[in-house]
Design a protein. Structure first.
Length: 401
């Protein structure tokens, strides 16, 4: 058995990376899977729920001996737990760096990120059939004016495909854009600035490639290292990938400018210029689009409220809670439909986002870059867990010139 003195420092003072806890039932017992959302490792490890609060204390400040003394957890159990977490890349340290290096080499070799959350659509023919079916069944939102952009969810297709269709139904296939600016949310990645990638994205319909001209402009004005510093965050990020098949289905191969936009309520950890901030990105992208010309379609990949015990609330979601969330959401959506990003963001800044809207960054940036004259709400929905553990709300909207 190793002793604390012989453990590597990153194991002796473990610092947990972002992870996604998934509760499952196994032989009648609840197990929490610790999943790496960046998909560096394909394996997950399971722990009993009582261990989760202990794992959350792995912040790199205390040694295992100190943690054991303070929490009364057995030191041997801590060592075994940390060793397994390190093996799966769930701790900051050399193992994580190696897994990231291997994953990046695969992406570089392929020239694109692998398809992940879109593979449930099947092959190209099946994907076209499924998307065509839901678009055909969607009600025409009858938007007056030229639709220059959309706000649509990034729920998984099982729960959100009808609402995706309600948004993309607002677009005319004969109005093919020269490019699509697709702004997503960085749910679990490392980057705390704007994150872009030089690589494309595989989907069941083929590969969506970056817009070379726009990327070249942004690289020159913002710096390659700054905008691509955390590009491996895209490996496990679903908010961009889920929209690409819809774009390909409607318009075929269209160059894409994909970026993950940080939450405006959370400042950068280190404002040292190593990463691009949202304000300078918005300014540079608007300049690039103005100089390059052509028709740009904007897509804001956005979910709204996240409430319930799964997200840290003390009580379960019931009808009263759901009604309160809807009232708050609709007040915020009304502000968004005013097409003024500052007015939209103001109550969130004042009230610290009580219902945890997850996509403020890309929603506000889309308004600032696209500069629509109006925004029309197409559909609003709530997804509720049957046992009251969680509620996620979402909307589809059209930005009109």
């Amino acid at each position: 058995m190793s002793t604390p003195a012989t453990l590597p420092e990153h194991q002796n003072r473990p610092h947990i990376r972002n992870f996604q806890p998934l509760g499952i039932q196994q032989e009648g017992k609840t197990i929490v899977l610790l999943r790496d959302p960046s998909a560096l490792s394909q394996e997950s490890m399971g722990v009993v729920p009582q261990v989760l609060p202990l794992i959350l204390q792995f912040q790199g400040r205390e040694s295992l001996e100190e943690l054991a003394e303070r929490t009364k957890a057995p030191i041997d159990m801590l060592r075994q737990l940390v060793a397994r977490m390190d093996e799966l890349g769930l701790l900051w340290g050399p193992r994580f760096e190696e897994l990231e290096r291997v994953a990046k080499a695969k992406v570089e070799s392929a020239g694109h990120f692998p398809a992940s959350c879109t593979m449930g659509l099947g092959d190209a023919a099946k994907a076209a059939e499924v998307l065509g079916k839901f678009l055909g069944e969607a009600e025409d939102p009858e938007i007056d004016g030229d639709v220059v952009g959309l706000v649509a969810p990034h729920l998984d297709y099982q729960h959100g495909i009808v609402q995706y269709a309600s948004a993309y139904k607002a677009l005319r296939p004969d109005r093919r854009p020269d490019r699509v600016v697709l702004l997503g949310t960085n749910h679990f990645g490392i980057g705390d600035g704007v994150v872009m990638s030089e690589f494309g994205f595989a989907t069941p319909a083929g590969t969506a490639h970056p817009d070379k001209a726009v990327h070249a402009f942004l690289e020159s004005n913002l710096g390659r290292k700054r905008i691509y510093a955390d590009q491996m965050d895209f490996l496990g990020e679903h908010s961009v990938q889920l929209h690409l098949p819809w774009i390909q289905h409607l318009f075929g191969e269209v160059p894409v400018v994909a970026a993950l936009i940080p939450d405006p309520l959370r400042p950068m950890v280190a404002d040292d210029g190593a990463r691009a901030g949202t304000e300078e990105f918005v300014k540079a992208l608007r300049t690039a689009l103005g100089e390059l010309g052509g028709r740009t379609l904007f897509v804001s990949s956005a979910d709204l409220s996240h409430v319930g015990p799964q997200f840290g609330d003390p009580g379960p979601v019931n009808d009263q809670v759901a009604a309160q969330v809807e009232q708050l959401d609709r007040e915020r959506l009304k502000l968004y439909c005013g097409a003024d990003a500052d007015r939209f963001e103001a109550p969130f800044r004042a009230q610290s986002n009580p219902s945890r809207w997850c996509s403020l960054g890309n929603m506000g940036s889309t308004l600032r870059i696209a500069a629509p004259s109006a925004v029309e709400l197409i559909d609003y929905r709530q997804l509720r867990d049957t046992n009251g553990a969680a509620l996620i709300s979402s909307a589809s909207m059209a930005l009109v010139a």
